[in-house]
Design a protein around this ligand. Structure first.
Ligand SMILES: *[C@@H]1O[C@H](CO)[C@@H](O)[C@H](O)[C@H]1NC(C)=O
Ligand SMILES: *[C@@H]1O[C@H](CO)[C@@H](O)[C@H](O)[C@H]1NC(C)=O
Length: 161
């Protein structure tokens, strides 16, 4: 639980400038009572990895939160979305994307034990995942690869495995 709170705090810091992001607590509170509900796995990481890429789910969650709409619209806002959001594919932290995006930047060091770190930190890589997503956009690698590599924000706490 403490780890989840920390991940949420990190995400809030990382996203402080972003306008609309998928609201993980709203999804849980709106949808957990509906038939066939499934919780997001690593919701805050998923949000961090998909800034600008969850518009369909955000819209349908907003509609689902209105009275009488949860049963119809929650499945569209789910991680494994149905209906209109089924084609909105989500990304997660991606070790090969880190290597391909960042290996050409000055001072790059490979992410030692990357897949083990990801597996050990299902809720604890929100900041790193967010910066990798931004780094992968054209012209951003030099600026956004280092925070992920050096953990210079000082807020990340990794278990080694
Ligand atoms: C997310 O939803 C909760 C209600 O579940 C609300 O209290 C909170 O303010 C929302 N967060 C944002 C950033 O809108
Ligand atoms: C419920 O969902 C429909 C779309 O399916 C939308 O038009 C409507 O505004 C939503 N809200 C309420 C309160 O019905």
């Amino acid at each position: 639980m403490a780890q989840q709170v920390l991940a949420t705090l990190i995400l809030a810091l990382c996203l402080s400038w972003a306008s609309a992001a998928f609201n993980c607590s709203l999804y849980a509170s709106t949808c957990s009572g509906t038939t066939g509900y499934t919780a997001y796995s690593s919701c805050s990481d998923t949000v961090a990895a998909n800034l600008g890429g969850m518009a369909c789910r955000i819209y349908h969650l907003g509609v689902a939160a209105m009275a009488g709409n949860a049963t119809e619209h929650c499945p569209h806002a789910a991680q494994d979305a149905t209906g209109p959001c089924a084609t909105e594919v989500l990304k997660s932290f991606d070790c090969s994307l880190y290597a391909s995006t960042c290996s050409g930047t000055t001072g790059y060091t490979a992410y030692s034990g990357c897949s083990d770190t990801v597996a050990a930190n299902p809720l604890g890589m929100a900041c790193c995942t967010y910066h990798l997503g931004v780094a992968a956009m054209a012209g951003n690698a030099a600026e956004h690869c280092p925070p992920c590599r050096t953990r210079s924000h000082g807020l990340l706490r990794y278990r080694s495995s």
